[in-house]
Design a protein around this ligand. Structure first.
Ligand SMILES: [Cu+2]
Length: 499
């Protein structure tokens, strides 16, 4: 089986099991490695327990096999690219709000993995953070995620360790939770944006560079929607179209616009809001926006989805009207059904300040390890380590050790209370800040007016202070981190606790 860059030919488990001895034998005395060998077997710590699925639940079963697939990304005659996915995708799941889901992850990678259900308010035990909420799923192993998606909308899922390599090679899926429309659309179109780090021959470039990780991130230059370069989607002439736009890139910002038709934003990160006439809508990595629009009547007419976050607008995809026009009354954007996320009660709420900053304690790891069979084991891959530290939350970089050595929580919220979090960006770069476990309301910014909206990820620009609020209703230890993955993996990550 072909390997990805940075992967080694021996299994992670074998490597990790031998690692403790090798490391100690080499006199490095790296304690985390030996501890990891146990953690890999799932015995290291008590993980949270998920509520049991009732015997009569009749869940929707989904099989997700994390492995390598071949996909034609670069134009022919380039060879297909070895990508990672959960199905021979793109992986798009459609499920029902509140209905039990049993998604079984089978790991056929060369290293451990998990699934984090981004933006879905799952119980803590199902949140998919290795060493925090569950043991890592080792190569050859499986793990069943069982939960009832509580909210409708457009979500996605991805691994949460060595994310820069796994997500960078494509490992992500889309989860649509249906049942939120007050007026059905004639067509529902998923548009997942990502910018592959490949060259014209379909070969990978480095996923992470020091220059990128310490600044705005490392960028690819192969911009795709649903893994296709500037695709044209055929949709009904005169039809009402829902566009579910997801920014699945690891570092690109998108200012989403539509040319050729009026469009309205009807959901942010899956959560409905009163329809907002679209000029452009800024989306950082991991953020989503659902649009509603009416196609022109004339068959063959095209409209464009564009990114204005560039010197010249970049066309990402086109929609082409097809067939005899649907005879419909004049278009008025319909809001989605009201969500069930608890409304923060702001009066008297405590404020927690979260400062985004550069790290004052840069740290480097020991050099890579040459295994007895001559292969090279990267500490960062094997141990879920941050290879370097450039960033911090409240002055504390995520320890440049294993996820298995967890830092104390940045803050503890009392279950049931409302909290305001003021996110203060003290860096010269923009950061999409993501909270696990809770969907928050974006309230205000010192930089200008904000349309109040629910979200799971919010952008904070340099010198900006953004206020968000949430009802801390789900107990557990939850991650909070920047979703520019290189920032996350070089320190801009922490834990908040609800108890
Ligand atoms: Cu960041």
């Amino acid at each position: 089986m072909p390997r990805l860059p940075g992967q080694n030919p021996i299994s992670r488990r074998r490597a990790i099991q031998s690692l403790g001895g090798v490391v100690l034998g080499a006199g490095l005395g790296y304690a985390g490695a030996a501890a990891f060998a146990d953690a890999g077997k799932g015995a290291k710590q008590a993980y949270p327990q998920a509520p049991a699925m009732p015997a009569d639940a009749r869940p929707q079963h989904i099989s997700l096999t994390a492995k390598q697939y071949l996909r034609q990304l670069a134009a022919a005659p380039a060879a297909p690219t070895e990508i990672l996915d959960y199905t021979d995708g793109p992986t798009i799941l459609r499920v029902k709000q509140g209905a039990w889901l049993e998604a079984t992850l089978t790991n056929q990678l060369h290293e451990h993995t998990t699934i984090h259900w981004h933006g879905i308010r799952v119980p803590n035990a199902m949140d998919g953070v290795p060493y925090l909420t569950q043991p890592p799923v080792m190569p050859g192993e499986s793990f069943a995620y069982r939960f009832q998606p509580p909210d409708t909308g457009t979500f996605f899922f991805h691994p949460h360790c060595n994310t820069v390599e796994q997500l960078g090679h494509g490992l992500a899926g889309i989860l649509i939770v249906e049942g939120d429309e007050t007026r059905p659309h004639d067509h529902d179109l998923v548009c997942a944006y990502r910018d592959w780090r490949i060259d014209g021959a379909g070969k990978y470039q480095p996923m992470m560079t020091d220059a990128g990780a310490s600044k705005a991130g490392t960028f690819g230059d192969h911009r795709t929607i649903n893994d296709q370069l500037q695709p044209v989607f055929k949709v009904p002439s005169g039809g009402d179209i829902r566009v579910r736009f997801l920014n699945l890139d690891m570092s690109r910002i998108v200012d989403l616009g539509v040319i050729g038709a009026d469009a309205w934003v009807i959901a942010t990160d899956g959560n409905g809001l009163p329809p907002q006439k679209l000029k452009s809508w800024r989306l950082g990595p991991a953020m989503r926006a659902d649009l509603t629009l009416r196609m022109p009547d004339a068959a063959g007419t095209r409209i464009q989805l564009v990114n204005y976050y560039a010197p010249q607008p970049i066309v990402m995809a086109e929609l082409e009207a097809e067939g005899a026009p649907l005879a419909k009354p004049a278009f008025v954007p319909a809001p989605l059904k009201r969500g069930v996320i608890p409304e923060p009660r702001l009066e008297g709420a405590e404020t927690f300040q979260l400062r985004l900053s550069a790290s004052s304690t840069p740290a480097e790891l020991p050099p890579d390890l040459v295994m007895p069979d001559g292969s090279v084991l990267r500490y960062a891959d094997a141990l879920c380590l941050t290879p370097k530290t450039f960033w911090a939350l409240n002055g504390q970089p995520w320890p440049s050790q294993s996820h298995e050595v967890l830092p104390p929580p940045l803050v503890t919220f009392q279950q049931g209370k409302t909290y305001i979090i003021e996110i203060i960006n003290q860096t010269p770069h923009i950061h999409p800040v993501h909270l696990h476990g809770h969907t928050f309301k974006v309230l205000s910014s010192n930089k200008g007016d904000v349309v109040p909206h629910f979200a799971d990820t919010t952008l904070v620009a340099p010198k900006e202070r953004v206020k968000i609020a949430l009802v801390a209703d789900s107990p557990g230890d939850w991650m909070i981190h920047c979703h520019i993955i290189e920032h996350q993996e070089t320190g801009m990550m922490g834990i908040y606790r609800v108890a």
